[in-house]
Design a binder for this molecule. Structure first.
Ligand code: SF4
Length: 454
């Protein structure tokens, strides 16, 4: 629960506005701290004790944890609200694929291939699963370590290591420590032995309890030992318990500001469901109900894509429409006489237009103008898709170097910008009024392409 500026100011030195922090008064500084716009180190007169207390109070209610490194690092946590409509969810859950060391070489290769190749371009973003979970199940330490080495050397994906045997867990960690792997599970029974080994090379730790309550002393103990990148598993045995436990953890962290439960969570549909379809349904429930990392035993493109789209929908900021980048896009392999269409950058608009062009089997350029994520007609009404602004975009986006003709198709719904747009383009382009709906593109585009080919 974020602390208010009026509470923070009581902890500040209250020197006559010395302004050394860069703010006119202690109160102004406190307000800035509360909104996240300043850091405590700006005031040189705070004692170490007060500084540490403030850092703790100002920390996000759910700790940010990073699994993996570089471009493929998966960040989870840092959430601020229980329900998406209150503001937004911040870090979408990591989707992990489980590989057991009992699986044969071909199965392992197949799963590595899946994590690398199952990617889906979707309304301007690239959807994919992003973690591999390696499970020590064979009882053969060397076999497991060989699996860890293989995965480490053949992918850049973030890694979760599962072993009930601490020696094996830490030996595996040492192989891939620079990948910042998540070590799972640390339990009540082995936490004291594990702490010094975790501290040898700090990476995130997955704590498993037999209940939410049992996790509390464990997180306190690890925090006191300086180990703070924690992920929680309350040991739920079925979906009903899991939803109850995820809800308790989330509410304790965000509503009560209860720090010992202020960590991301991990869930294992892989171990909770017996068949593939049920596993996907359980995983889908975890996407809705707050799991931060979700581990699946397997998936293919048909089962993974719906989960990724669901994740995208839930973790998209509801305050802003989804938008694609302003630029020209190529559909198929267009050449210098291919049609050029212009539209706005609402992701759904772009998706519908590009799908219709693709379905028409006519290679074309789609110039997507930034309209702050609004659809064409709304953007026009808001003054963000006027003839002038579209003209300026067409001149600067580089499409003039891609085609030798000068014919530009605008959406039929904004036919009224034709004259203004032609003026903005210094009468060098002929503006053609296209279909009002994307459903008309299939009938419209082939004729235009034929005409342009001459
Ligand atoms: S530097 Fe510290 S004491 Fe001085 S005005 Fe800022 S907050 Fe107050």
């Amino acid at each position: 629960m974020p602390i208010a500026g009026s509470e923070i100011v009581k902890m500040l030195p209250g020197k006559k506005p010395c302004k050394d922090c860069g703010f006119p008064t202690c109160f102004a500084f406190a307000m800035k701290l509360a909104s996240g716009g300043a850091t405590v180190d700006k005031c040189p007169y705070l004692s170490e004790e007060v500084k540490a207390k403030l850092v703790d109070l100002l920390a996000p209610p759910i700790k940010l944890v990073t699994v993996g490194s570089g471009e493929n690092a998966v960040k989870v946590g840092n959430e601020e609200v229980i329900y998406r409509h209150e503001k937004t969810f911040v870090h979408s859950p990591g989707i992990a694929l489980l590989i057991s060391d009992k699986e044969d070489g071909a199965e392992v290769e197949e799963k590595i291939k899946k994590i690398k190749e199952l990617q889906f371009p979707w309304v301007g973003v690239n959807l994919k699963a992003n973690l591999l979970t390696l499970h020590f199940a064979s009882g053969d330490k060397n076999k497991f370590l060989a699996l860890v080495k293989k995965v480490y050397n053949s992918t850049d994906a973030g890694i979760i290591l599962i072993s009930e045997d601490l020696d094996v867990l830490f030996a595996a960690r040492d192989i891939c420590a620079d990948r910042h792997p998540l070590l799972y599970p640390i339990t009540k029974g082995d936490i004291d032995k594990a702490i010094p080994r975790i501290k040898e090379n700090l990476t995130p730790v997955g704590l498993r309890g037999e209940s939410v309550e049992q996790l509390i002393p464990l997180t306190i103990k690890l925090k006191e030992a300086g180990i703070e990148e924690l992920v929680l598993d309350p040991g739920s045995k079925n979906l009903l318990e899991a939803i109850r436990d995820q809800t308790s953890i989330r509410k304790a962290a965000l509503k009560q500001g209860f720090r010992p439960l202020g960590y991301p969570t991990i869930a294992f549909p892989a171990f909770m469901a017996k068949d593939g379809l049920k596993e996907m349904l359980v995983g889908s429930a975890f996407i809705n109900k707050w799991a931060s990392i979700i581990v699946f035993s397997d998936f293919d493109k048909y089962s993974l894509l719906p989960l990724l789209v669901q994740r995208l929908n839930i973790y998209t900021d509801p305050r802003f429409p989804m938008a694609v980048e302003e630029k020209y896009y190529e559909v198929g392999e267009p050449d210098e006489s291919s049609p050029v269409l212009v539209t706005s950058n609402w992701a759904l608009t772009y998706f519908l237009v590009s799908s219709a062009v693709e379905a028409a089997k006519v290679p074309a350029y789609i110039c997507v103008k930034d309209a702050e994520g609004l659809g064409v007609l709304t953007a026009w009404a808001a003054g963000k898709f006027s003839g002038d602004s579209v003209g300026t975009f067409i001149k600067k986006c580089g499409i003039e170097n891609k085609v030798k003709h000068r014919k530009l198709v605008i959406p039929g719904k904004v036919a009224r910008i034709k004259g203004e747009l032609e003026d903005a383009l210094n009468l060098k382009w002929e503006v053609i009024i296209g279909p009002r709906e994307t459903t008309g593109i299939g009938a419209f585009l082939p004729g235009l392409a034929k005409q342009l080919k001459g």
